[in-house]
Design a protein around this ligand. Structure first.
Ligand code: URA
Length: 219
């Protein structure tokens, strides 16, 4: 299921990002009662084209990891902390030696993450979810603060409140307590294959933890 954002929040984002190099808008998608909420960084070119999160090369890798955890994508909710594609402008020579302009994906800035802050808080609040899985540093830091590092915290089970943007546009820990299990972003190990075994191990462990957690809750 695709989420529909309140017009007021969409207008706020548009206003705050009008001078940024951002394009398109991909809504979060999935179950409103998800077993996990996967939280990425920002959509890439393929996601903008299809209007769905994680459908490009990172998405294909993510699907494999989700399956390793014994889950399917339709049991999850999938979103990102930024909903538009951040791009940079590069001038490169093509095969004929002509200079052409390219717009490659880039990591969103902290300002861009904040511009989507109220929209993201609202989105998470709409879900009947207890387990959040930030994928990579950008989303991990949005949830628990700038000092957190995926290299230190991957596959650890945290239990705490998450950062929300308050009325003064400052982050503060607020709202319900979640289980938070950080994972490497799939793009990280697409480019650093030495991480592959660790990442597979992390996802299997996440699947086991979730199963045990759900069994305990059922008792
Ligand atoms: N990376 C993300 O963080 N989100 C997507 O939807 C695709 C790639």
């Amino acid at each position: 299921m695709i989420i529909e954002y309140p017009e007021k929040l969409l207008t706020q984002v548009k206003r705050a990002t009008k001078d940024n190099r951002l394009t398109g808008f991909v809504p979060g998608m999935g179950s409103r009662h998800p077993r996990l909420v996967l939280i990425g960084e920002a959509p890439g070119r393929e996601e903008i084209k299809q209007g769905r999160p994680f459908v490009g090369s990172s998405g294909k890798e993510l699907t494999k990891m989700v399956e390793l955890a014994g889950l399917t994508r339709d049991e999850l909710y999938i979103t990102s902390v930024v909903r538009s594609r951040p791009y940079s402008i590069k001038h490169v020579k093509n095969a004929r030696g002509e200079v052409v302009e390219k717009h490659p994906n880039r990591t969103p800035t902290k300002r861009e993450v904040k511009a989507f802050g109220h929209l993201f808080d609202w989105e998470i609040s709409q879900l009947d979810a207890t387990v959040l899985v930030p994928l990579g540093n950008t989303s991990l830091q949005r949830l628990i603060g700038g000092q957190a590092k995926i290299g230190d915290l991957h596959a650890q089970v945290l239990h705490q409140q998450i950062l929300h943007l308050n009325a003064q546009d400052q982050y503060e820990l607020a709202g319900p307590t979640y289980w938070i299990i950080p994972m490497y972003h799939p793009a990280a190990y697409l480019y650093a294959r030495r991480l592959e075994d660790t990442v597979k191990h992390d996802w299997r462990q996440l699947g086991q933890w979730l199963q045990e957690q759900e069994n305990t809750n059922r008792r």
